[in-house]
Structures are given as C-alpha cells and as structure tokens.
Design a protein around this ligand. Structure first.
Ligand code: UDP
Length: 252
C-alpha cells in the first residue's frame, strides 16, 4: 500500500486566502491518494475555508488552534503544534509535511515525499519581491547524502540546519516510536512558540534527527527545485480607495 501523505497547512483569514488555498488544493488533487490535508485555523474555523477544502475532494481535517489572544503573532507555529498533537493522538501513520498556504508546490514534490523513510530534505527557492531575486535554502548533497547547506542570511548563520519550513518532511512514527528510530529520549517534540523567528525549523529538526547522517536528500543530488517559498509583500500595493478587500475573497 502507498504511504499516507499528511500535509499540514496553517492558514488565516486575509484577502489572498482563497487564492492561496485554491492553488494548494489544486496540486493536492493531482497527487495520488492517500493524502490527508490537515488545515489549521486560529481561534475559529471559518465557513469560507471549510467550503474551499470540502470542495476539493481531498481527504481532510479542519482543525482550530485556540491560543491566548495576548500572544504575539507566531506565524503558524501554534497551529502546526496543534496538527502534531492531532497526528500523535490518533497515531496517524504517514509522512508529515508542513505546507504553508502561500508557497508554490510542484507535483513532483509530493511524489518525492512518498520515498522518504525517516527524514527527507531538499533545497527550496526563496522568492522575495523586495530583493528581486531567488536564493536557495536547504541541503547540498552527494547522492542522497547531505554534505552541507546553502546559507544566506547573516542573522541565521548560527542555525544548526539551514532548512526552510517547506523544505523537509518526516515519518510521523518518529513522534512516538523512539525504539524504531533509536532516538535518545528528549523533551516532547514541539516547535516552541517562544523560539526566535528563523530558528523554528532548526529547533524542530534538532528534536527529530541527530545529524545529517539520518537525513535523505531529495531528489538524488538535491539539484532540482521542487517548491518555491514566496515572500509576497502585499502591504504596499495601491488599491482604489474603498475597493480594499480584507477578508477571504471566495467567489461563488
Ligand atoms: N499564518 C497564520 N497566521 C498568522 C500568520 C501566518 O496562520 O498570523 C500561516 C500562513 O497562512 C502560512 C504560515 O502561517 O501558512 C506561514 O506564514 P507566512 O508565510 O506569513 O510566514 P513566513 O513564511 O513569511 O515567515
């Protein structure tokens, strides 16, 4: 039987939400089942999101992550934790992938995910409108062996692993089957809400693997780009006065 792909997507209400969710949903419908799409919203589940994900025909769970409203904005960290708890509690056996709603994913990416046994990683192209260029973040490989990392930003040099949130996936059984993966018992696996921005990925990965020897570089040689991390700065776009849409624009 084919492995289950567990795709975790934190999302929130904003003008681009329907566009982002529809685009991600469309690539997921192309992927051979079984795929489980775990969509996690903040505080309340919106009808608009429910509609979009229901229409796609992909197997899904629509979860809500309730957090203290006084908390600082954490860009999806709390929502991903909610999904991890759900996966652990229900012992969902498959490959877990954190797919933010705003990135662009190729169909090939999902085919590669199925080949992961423990932990897979690959380079992601980061697209920043403000910088007008694409930079790589992720592993440098010799075959499927990870031998180094593409590093860019000075502020992030101290990270142990230079991986984007959308540049790795892992076997869910790592979350509970310590014997099988021979992992030392550490604190429970969490992406701590308090971790500094830019260090969330490495903090999480350090809990799942010990070093590069436990990683599988994808695809062989890590030389092709499977997904793109989009930093779309929509704040400075000029709209005619009175035409601004702040909520999810879902056209029926
Ligand atoms: N996100 C969210 N609530 C927020 C901010 C972000 O649910 O207040 C989600 C967002 O929809 C996306 C993920 O968290 O799926 C990452 O957000 P973003 O792309 O803004 O962060 P970046 O990748 O730019 O750090």
């Amino acid at each position: 039987p084919r492995k289950l792909l567990i795709v975790v997507t934190p999302t929130y209400n904003r003008a681009f939400q329907a566009y982002f969710l529809n685009r991600l949903a469309q690539v997921l419908t192309l992927v051979q089942p079984p795929v489980l799409w775990i969509v996690v919203e903040e505080n309340t589940a919106s009808m608009e999101t429910a509609d979009i994900i229901r229409k796609t025909g992909v197997m899904y769970r629509h979860l809500v992550s309730v957090k203290d409203l006084t908390d600082v904005k954490d860009r999806g960290v709390h929502q991903r934790n909610t999904a991890l708890e759900h996966i652990e509690r229900h012992r969902l056996d498959g490959i877990v992938y954190f797919a933010d709603d705003d990135n662009i994913y190729s169909f090939e990416l999902f085919q590669n995910l199925r080949e992961i046994s423990r932990f897979g990683t690959w380079p992601v192209a980061m697209l920043a409108q403000s910088k007008n260029k694409a930079i790589l973040e992720g592993p440098v490989c010799n075959g499927s062996q990870v031998i180094g990392w593409h590093t860019n930003e000075k502020s992030k040099r101290l990270r142990r692993f230079h991986v984007d949130m959308s540049g790795f996936a892992f076997n869910s059984t790592i979350l509970w089957d310590r014997k099988r993966w021979r992992r030392p018992i550490t604190s429970p696996i969490r992406q701590l809400d308090t971790v500094k921005e830019g260090f969330q990925e490495t903090t999480f990965i350090e809990q799942v693997v010990e070093d590069e020897s436990q990683m599988e570089g994808k695809p062989i040689g890590c030389s092709s780009i499977l997904n793109w991390h989009l930093h779309l700065d929509t704040r400075n776009l000029v709209y005619p006065k009175g035409w601004m849409l702040s909520k999810n624009l879902d056209v029926r």
